[in-house]
Design a protein around this ligand. Structure first.
Ligand code: ZN
Length: 237
């Protein structure tokens, strides 16, 4: 390989690597994955919030049900006492019946409370079911987004490796001194550290070359590498 062609090949691979790295750090597939993760997290947070609310209701329901059971047990005791023949005076019977009346009222209230709580829990459970379905579909989206990102990244890594391989072949043809000049120019000129001479101009110069400088390059042998005194790039006649 001619030195200047090898040098252009090195620059081509450096440009390609830069583009691949830029692409890798700005992948829409990563944005899509981040979005999918955020959506999934929002669902999980909502499930947790509603779950806690339902748990709170469930605790209250359990407490009221415990009280209902205690009232029922007390009622059963009093009922047994009332009809068990142990009561002798009508006054005692009346007092027992009064207490049983209060207890039944209490039982009704408590059962009403339990029903109210159950009515509060019902829509929460429906919401949790709906969120579970949403979460499942989000999991699938997430897995798809992850796979897509992995595949895209793997393809870029493979392209980078192929580019590095081509570069190492080309760079072997470039003398160290030329490579050092190129690397130095790359820091200022990036992807146009080495440019061609168009026939009348350095193609890296923003403006036309002064005639004297253009003539200097023009009369060089084709393929000669020189420094452009205008812009400082490496220019190939
Ligand atoms: Zn120039």
């Amino acid at each position: 390989m001619v030195v200047v062609d090898a040098l252009f090949a090195v620059q081509d691979e450096d440009v390609a690597r830069g583009q691949l790295e830029h692409r890798r750090s700005h992948l829409p597939e990563r944005t899509a994955l981040d979005d999918a993760e955020a959506a999934r997290q929002a669902t999980a947070t909502e499930v947790e919030r509603i779950g806690l609310e339902r748990l709170d209701h469930a605790h209250r329901q359990k407490r009221y049900e415990g009280e209902v059971a205690a009232v029922e047990a007390r009622l059963a005791d009093l009922d047994a006492k009332l009809y068990g023949g142990a009561i002798t005076s009508p006054k005692e019977a009346t007092s027992l019946q009064d207490e049983m009346g209060h207890l039944r009222k209490r039982q009704d209230d408590l059962e009403g409370q339990v029903l109210e709580i159950m009515e509060l829990i019902e829509p929460l459970e429906a919401e949790l079911l709906a969120l579970a379905a949403i979460g499942e579909s989000q999991d699938a989206t997430l897995a798809g987004a992850r796979t897509l990102l992995d595949e895209t990244e793997a393809a870029i890594v493979a392209d980078l490796a192929a580019s590095a391989e081509r570069r190492s072949i080309a760079v072997a043809e470039v003398p160290d001194e030329v490579l050092a000049r190129y690397e130095k120019g790359r820091r200022s000129f990036g992807s146009s550290a080495v440019v061609r001479f168009s026939g009348s101009d350095c193609s890296g110069c923003p403006y036309a070359m002064p005639a004297v400088e253009a003539d200097r390059v023009k009369f060089m042998e084709a393929g000669t590498l020189t420094d452009c005194s205008e812009c400082g790039r490496l220019v190939v006649r």
